[in-house]
Design a protein around this ligand. Structure first.
Ligand code: PSV
Ligand code: MN
Length: 407
């Protein structure tokens, strides 16, 4: 546990300069897969403007960065973005052409047929060695493209009681994670993501933050936990998980999205913006009140949209994250602490609500203008002509590739 260093200044309210500095430092990574056509388990609704190649995905991510000014990196999924023969250094170059960089590298341990009974946890040694070489290749891609983050999510688990030995699966994954951790360069981080169910419905091998924490601890110092905001059972208190992980120096980063029921991939804050605010409040409390270094927390979006236009949904998510982050910066923590000490629950809660209901739009617009950005990124993007241009070009390209339809 880290305690607040004595003599550390307690910030009562922040100056505009301090808030602007915090906004300058608040970077959000967008996912390459969020620009491509994706579907539900029942079907896929295609968008003419959806990106099909890594070049198109990076171009779209470049637009989100250009209009928001805070999305300089792009997460890539190795299987989807690094087709055989694609050179990682060249992808890095391509990213730079669109004003972005390659961010977290996501190995794919769930789509190969060999993973039917799991990847690193499988009792089938050929599935385990396939997983092993894929992750080692992914780490190599990270090294070549200059990325410092390798982000792991695996679909491993069992669907029926008795299907496999639960503890043997745990041991197999512990060994794999140690090997992968030790293959990293010293300045790299391995992120371990958890999810309570889907596609395994009986026992998921990394089902919650406690399991992810244990696996990461055993793997080594460069392994941390990744919190995907859509990966919790109903009513889970995510901000408490976040606060605990920071206190244990084990929070690696986030996958942002929102949910109503399960891993719904809804835009951040569309269902419960107050929950996102409370997460940011815990992060700011850890930084300002307890002196934790929160600079290395990776803020990443994990959303694939079927209904909303993809680039708009991404901009909407980014600006929502900025708003909620800024509101969390406004909490009067001195007053909050006094109310907590006095066991004055009403006043304590009011400190949070007051900040949450503050209109931060004027401040955000001013910050954007100070960085030569349009005050309303979504509006600016909509009038830029980009969507019309790519819709035309990509529709033609897809039409040529598939006759008169995409089928
Ligand atoms: C799994 O549901 C997940 O959250 C993981 O992060 C994957 O990499 C991503 O979604 C794929 O869309
Ligand atoms: Mn995720």
């Amino acid at each position: 546990m880290t305690t607040r260093p004595s003599g550390m200044s307690r910030k009562i309210t922040m100056s505009k300069d301090q808030l602007f500095t915090l906004l300058n430092e608040f970077k959000i990574e967008t996912p390459s897969w969020g620009y491509a056509d994706t579907g539900t388990r029942f079907g896929k609704f295609l968008q003419d403007a959806a990106a099909s190649t890594i070049e198109e995905k990076l171009a779209d991510a470049g637009q989100v960065n250009a209009f928001t000014g805070c999305c300089p990196t792009v997460a890539v999924h190795v299987l989807w973005d690094f087709k055989p023969g694609v050179n990682a250094a060249e992808v890095g170059e391509l990213a730079r052409k669109f004003g972005v960089q390659i961010g977290s590298i996501n190995p794919n341990l769930f789509q190969n047929q060999i993973y039917k009974f799991g990847s690193a946890c499988s009792s089938d040694s050929s599935a385990r060695s396939e997983a092993d070489s894929h992750v080692i290749d992914s780490i190599e891609i990270a090294k070549q493209s200059g990325s410092k983050l390798v982000s792991l999510w695996m679909a491993d688990g069992t669907n029926y009681p008795g299907q496999d030995d639960i503890v043997a699966r745990k041991h197999r994954l512990e060994m794999a994670l140690k090997t992968w951790h030790d293959a990293l360069n010293k300045d790299m981080t391995l992120l371990v993501e958890y999810k309570p169910f889907e596609p395994a419905f009986y026992a998921t091998d990394i089902a919650d933050w406690g399991m992810a924490y244990l696996y990461a601890k055993k793997a080594g110092q460069q392994a941390k936990v990744l919190v995907d905001t859509g990966h919790h059972l109903q009513a889970t208190n995510i901000e408490q998980i976040v606060a605990w992980l920071i206190d244990e120096n084990m929070l690696g980063g986030f996958h942002f999205n929102d949910r109503k029921y399960a891993d719904d991939d809804l835009t951040l804050g569309s269902i419960d913006p107050y929950a996102v605010f409370r997460i940011f409040h815990e992060i700011r409390t850890a930084a300002e009140w307890r002196g934790h270094d929160v600079a290395s927390i990776a803020y990443m979006i994990d959303q694939s949209h079927n209904l909303k236009p993809k680039i708009e949904a991404m901009i909407q998510t980014v600006t929502t994250a900025q708003e909620l982050y800024l509101k969390a910066c406004l909490v009067d923590r001195e007053k909050l602490s006094a109310a907590q000490k006095a066991r004055n629950i009403v006043d304590a809660e009011e400190c949070l609500k007051k900040a949450f209901y503050t209109d931060v739009q004027p401040l955000l617009s001013e910050w954007r203008q100070s960085r030569e950005l349009a005050p309303d990124p979504l509006q600016a993007y909509r009038t830029s002509g980009y969507i019309e241009e790519i819709t035309e070009v990509r529709r033609k390209k897809k039409g040529n590739a598939a006759g008169s339809s995409y089928a």
